[in-house]
Design a protein around this ligand. Sequence first.
Ligand code: F58
Length: 842
Amino acid sequence: MTDASPSQLRLPTPGCFADPDRSGLTADGVFDGMTEHLFYTLGKLAPTASHHDLYVALSYAVRDRLMTRYLAGIEAISATPTRVVAYLSAEFLIGPQLGNNLLMLGIQDEASEALRRFGIDSLEEILEVEEEPGLGNGGLGRLAACYLESLASLEIPATGYGIRYEFGIFDQLIRDGWQVEITDKWLKSGWPWELPRPDQACFVGFGGRTESYRDSEGDYRVRWIPSEHAIGVPHDVPVLGYRVNTCDRLRLWQAEASESFDFYAFNIGDYYGAVEEKVGSETLSKVLYPNDGTDEGRRLRLKQQHFFVSCSLQDMLRSLELRDLPISDFPDHWSVQLNDTHPAIAVAELMRLLIDHKHLSWDAAWDITTRSLAYTNHTLLPEALEKWGLDLFGSLLPRHLELIFEINRRFLQSVRLKYPGNDAMLRSVSIIDETNGKAVRMAHLATVASHHVNGVAALHSELVRTQLFPEFAALWPEKFTNVTNGVTPRRWIALANPLLRELLDEVIGQDWVCNLDELRRLEAFQNDSAFLERWGETKLAVKRQLAHYIHRQSGLLVDPSSLFDVQVKRIHEYKRQHLNALQVIAQYLRIKNGLGDDLAPRTVIFGGKAAPGYYMAKLIIRFINGIAETVNADPDMDGRLRVVFLADYNVTLGQRVYPASDLSEQISTAGLEASGTGNMKFAMNGALTIGTLDGANVEIREQVGAENFFLFGHTTDGIEAVRAQGYRPWELIASIPELPEVLQLVEQGHFSNGDTELFKPLLENLTGRDPYYVMADFSDYMRAQQAVSQTWGDRTTWNRMSLLNTARTGFFSSDRSIRDYAERIWQAEPFPVTISCEIDEP
Ligand code: F58
């Protein structure tokens, strides 16, 4: 609290956005801010404050300090319009906010000092209280969060548009070895990082019908008369860049019932109908991606997509109107990136808003749309390419369907001119799929309307061009490009791995945080044995912390000096956690048979969630836990092998795991992992990779050097050749060393307390169709794991390889990815923000 009397309070000066007392970055400033928020915002006296209260008070004090920058940016952009990136994504997996914002502001020590005055010894104690918003499934959502952070750190104006799910990704419990899903009530104690903006709410329609009419000038027009409405209320989350004034915005839409429509239904006596609509529209932002197996689930998901896209586009158009800018300037002010096809309805919605609401001609609207939109593809898996049956689509979005038909008609007309008489060509590029009941292909819609289409790693982008969209690539070769994914070194090194950060700061200075290529300077130490030892000790210290966490969570003791061999990511057959699990059994058998003397003592750590309706993925979790139970209970394994399944893997847990890993398992079937981003987080933190030539592994290996990477497995072409020859795994198995014994042990119920039925579906899958070529890659994987063990035995070599991994991962900073998008796709430029009032520096 300031000791100035009211008359002496320093008021904001013109052009200054804040009371300087609320912006100061000193420990005193933070302490005063906390005291004030405890008293006035939370209504608590310091002695009665819980850890959660202190977390909230500190968060508000930090948020106050973001506001000066946030509002200065908004004012600067309205004074000098510039191009803003709109990143449309159904998911933003932003992780815990407090620690990150302290890091961005550079006030971790000041916050620690302020907390000490409240009797709290370590900042960590308060950071642990924070519940992370699980507004995403995995890599795609986390990428969006890294990209927003890099946009802000590079001072590029941006808004992330998404959905404020009331329930995010489920919390995972493990019960009797099985995954159990628990509703994620992340908002139950409030969330201090958002600012609701009910004054900027938007209306969104669904269902109903369209009708044509002549306007006052006699022009033909169409109007959509929806049968249902929802209101989207924006909730803004400030996203501060690292040590800059740019504070970008994540705008999450929450669905609320449309009062006016309720009122109408109520008046005509349909009280229950009115209530039902209210409940229905609130359900819209209730939960992250319900299981889309059922029709109701799929319908809800399409509603969610249209809901957040429509709100976001209306918001962008409104920003032009507010500044009296012509609509034709839209592409100069907004560069809209579609994060996969989930927001691809934007193509039809922008056309609708421009034609039906702004009364633009088709050509003018199409010009604006195609100059504004770009699309990123994140998957080649056919089951993940979105398609909507025409019945569902037309019943929910009748006007959009008409517009899509017209877009398609015009598009196919142009294709016909280029390929006369080629009906096969028309069928394969059409936005409407007619092969299996008619459906809208969202990837085709996005591709036709975007000025750029990119994949997320070099190999993936090549496969997008050659396998997924060869016809489109022939039509528009210049449209297709690659932007290799990246991750933010602020969260994934500086915040997650403070011990490594200190070491780096000491030996190469602090510039690496903003310029990750600076890590190259570590190479100078590659032959310095004393430094390599220090490198290894730093890793060991971090591993001790993870070992402590594992002990706290599960009671299991793991040896921090063993090789920490880690696979954390969503559980999916294509990611092949079961390949890793079989390899663990092979090691177990070797040790049991007295053949394990050359094996490195290992702690094999798994973590990840399976989709609730994905039976085989859930069985793989059960399988890993079965192996863990048997291995960890066997005295022969003491000091040699431990298996851990970390429950509820999320961003918070990732921050503990990546820094503490020695070996990163990136073992997907070649051609199926678009990029991977965990692979980058591991390598940055000095883990060596064992991996296939898939996704960004290819580029990681190129960067760190083939000699510092454990490569195995068939290539994409190799897998294709195996498939083409007629893959019969059951005929292969007998000839693969160790594999028959491994499978037999599972079959006999060795990892299921004698239950020979439990893992049968998994075994049948592997020995039958083996759709992900686990058997085909097993022996080469074993060979590579042998090389891992051998290298681990020579610790100096291992430490050097680890050091070189960190040194050579500068390319995988999301700053590099964002610069690439900004220069080649968005044409967006940095727009530094200056703050005109003085702020007490730490
Ligand atoms: C991931 N996709 C890719 N999708 O699998 C991964 O290789 C890539 O690194 C990452 O995107 C970022 O580019 C992904 O995470 C999803 O989570 C979908 C969300 C919608 C439901 C289906 C899964």
